[in-house]
Unconditional design. Structure first.
Length: 136
């Protein structure tokens, strides 16, 4: 299984006037984790610029389970869970430390991504070896 985790600290610009994380911030956290995951798959920014092959998000689902607040440290785990001919599915778990070593899941998300060749914008097949990262 291909998986990566990143940490994000909730800053003022991530919150509303009540200090609660806004929905757009969760999407940004997910995007950073997906970018890190694709970097691990060989699609770092430098290689994408050279090849002009980019992951394009075609669907995002987010379930908000518990509010995060200003100053929370959120761990975002991105996991590659599905590889099809021209689509890749990633799942995300967002958790905060609840104290005494406990973690609380605050959100979960799912994205479907297609690889797109630029400048034509045509979809490309996912690398065959990515299928080996999926658990049977």
């Amino acid at each position: 299984m291909k998986q990566i985790s990143i940490s994000e600290t909730v800053m003022f610009y991530d919150t509303d006037c009540g200090g609660v994380v806004s929905n757009i911030a969760y999407l940004r956290f997910v995007e950073r984790a997906r970018s890190a995951l694709f970097g691990e798959l060989g699609m770092d920014v430098e290689s994408m610029n050279e090849s002009q092959l980019f992951p394009a998000v075609i669907r995002t689902e987010i379930d908000y389970l518990f509010p995060a607040r200003l100053g929370n440290v959120i761990e975002v785990t991105a996991t590659l869970v599905g590889v099809q001919k021209v689509r890749v599915t990633c799942e995300f778990s967002l958790v905060i430390a609840a104290g005494a070593g406990d973690e609380k899941q605050i959100a979960k998300a799912k994205q479907i991504v297609a690889l797109v060749q630029m400048p034509s914008g045509k979809p490309r097949r996912t690398p065959e070896e990515w299928g080996s990262y999926i658990e049977e």
